[in-house]
Design a protein around this ligand. Sequence first.
Ligand code: GDP
Ligand code: MG
Length: 394
Amino acid sequence: MQIGIVGKPNVGKSTFFSAATLAAVEIAPYPFTTVKANRGVGYVRRQCPESFFGVHCNPNNAKCIDGTRFIPVELLDVAGLVPDAWKGKGLGNAFLDELRQADALIHVIDASGGTDSDGNQVPVGTHDPVEDVRFLERELTMWIKSILDKNFQKTAKRIHLEGLKVETMLQERLSGLGIRTGDISSALRVSGLGADPVYWTDDDLLRLSEAIRRVSKPILIAANKCDVAPEENIRRLQSLEGYTVVSCSAEYELALRKADRSGAITYLPGSRDFMTNSGNLSAAQVRALERIRSFLSRQDTGVQRALEEAAFRLLDLLSVYPVEDENRLTNHDGMVLPDAFLLRRGSGPQDLAYMIHSDIGKNYITAINAKTKKPVGHDYVLNDGDVIKIVARK
Ligand SMILES: Nc1nc2c(ncn2[C@@H]2O[C@H](COP(=O)(O)OP(=O)(O)O)[C@@H](O)[C@H]2O)c(=O)[nH]1
Ligand SMILES: [Mg+2]
């Protein structure tokens, strides 16, 4: 699963990204951590099934603290988006192309209204953050439309003359955009378009692009800089229809995680409290921590919650634990409940098998539910917290 952190310059994307990817506890390096500088791993929390089984887990791809599993998700810090990026302005299409593989977006907004449309600093309260929401929607929609527009008439004629399926053509054009089969059909349905694209107008294509954006790149709004934002701005963002909005202070979350790292405090991401450990903090550090503590008495910093809302609300993901021995709950090295995977709701055991390895997916026979110790039925769909042994042909 990949979540893109997007927004115009200076809203706090990199701060959010650094905070979310600064592991509070030492975690084994995950394969994709080294891919690129702007890629990193964040963690979403789920209750570990260890308590259900009365065992103690040995996590491999994550950490488990007091029965809470921190499960990895890949995060992508995307360079600042400026108006008309879809036409190639600024980093333009390079920026947008980075988003191709993203399953969901966290749109970081300066809710304080202290950053103008181009990312310049302006006095707090002078820019309307709701404008930024519409701006990103438009950039993404126009980007998708520009992909559909290329040689559209020619392709439409071919479909018309040869009686081809329009879904196939759209799927081809949008391949690499992380769009699932089914999403295209539902986008076509929503936009009320006929099967023959020769008759589609430019407006039709715009509506279709809009519908495709909604299904393929769901957006969560992180109303950032809420530590300095006027209350009114947060309220207006929260009342936007069709959006999940999380008010955030990426700066406070980063400060807390750094202080935790240094040993000055003990802080668990997402919590509303921390413990001060060291007596030799400077007066300035003490004041900063007190300011954050008073902020936490009103709300958490929002960073952890934003990731979890994106994973579990927008993407509707489930956590599933594959094991090789359904009685001991171990992998081949004897580690108990080693890995947690995130899958979309509606996935079956064979989807899990494919995630582990394509060969295991191909050779899949059945699966055993470790909670019941019984093979699952043919049309079994996975539940959150399932522990599954895959049975595959050797
Ligand atoms: N008050 C406040 N400032 C923040 C917050 N997050 C980021 N900033 C500041 O906003 C500026 C831009 O942050 P940066 O992460 O570089 O933004 P980016 O260009 O979107 O990556 C920096 O001065 C940050 O310290 C926040 O939650 N609250
Ligand atoms: Mg940045």
